[in-house]
Ligand binder design. Structure first.
Ligand code: URA
Ligand code: SF4
Length: 191
């Protein structure tokens, strides 16, 4: 059993790195725990590690990560002040969407990350995180919205990787992030 009071981001990290709870462990090079400021006011949640993340053991360090970093820079969010993680911590082969089973099994790590960091706002990046955390559907139809649930505020936007396939979405992501920054200022959340 996890002793909640003594749980920590480092402890989760150590467990994730050695985790064999689902079959994604057999194909990974490195598991990818969440990283960043463990007292962050905003947490960003993506889908799953891709090839670069699997190689480095760190979230959002490939092309999607570059787009995320550029967008954060543009709107004035400092990456070291936030916390960045994923729904599942190991790369699904060929970057397929993680299955419901994989998400369910891996969820204990994400839930613990959320409860330790206790962010004021959780920024959902893309459909998989929307579906897994809020039971949502289309992200394009819901992007830019804030949703209050379980005493937390969620913000919905598109996944940075979507911009690789459709550059027009870059503007939508930036616009959403600007709205997020405005809300952070209003709520005095340090970014
Ligand atoms: N896409 C994700 O959802 N997460 C990452 O860490 C990288 C790419
Ligand atoms: Fe464990 Fe999650 Fe990796 Fe599956 S995806 S092996 S549950 S860390």
């Amino acid at each position: 059993m996890i002793d909640i009071a003594n749980d920590s981001i480092n402890r989760i990290k150590a467990e994730v790195i050695n985790c064999k709870l689902c079959s994604l462990c057999t194909k990974r090079r490195n598991a990818v725990p969440g990283e960043g400021n463990s007292k962050a006011g905003i947490m960003f949640i993506g889908e799953a590690p891709g090839r670069n993340e699997d190689e480095k053991g760190r979230p959002f360090v490939g092309l999607a990560g570059k787009i995320l970093d550029e967008t954060l820079d543009k709107v004035g969010i400092v990456r070291s002040r936030i916390f960045v993680t994923n729904i599942v911590k190991c790369r699904p082969p060929g970057n397929r969407v993680p299955t419901e089973d994989e998400r369910r099994v891996c969820k204990n790590y994400l839930e613990r990350e959320i409860s330790i960091v206790s962010p004021k706002i959780i920024c959902i990046l893309g459909r998989t995180a929307f579906e897994s955390l809020l039971g949502g559907g289309s992200i394009l139809g819901n992007r830019g919205k804030f949703i209050a649930k379980d005493g937390r505020l969620f913000f919905l936007t598109i996944h940075p990787a979507a911009i690789i396939y459709n550059n027009k979405l870059r503007y939508a992501l930036e616009k959403d992030m600007q709205a997020l920054v405005m809300e952070c200022r209003r709520l005095n959340i340090p970014i």
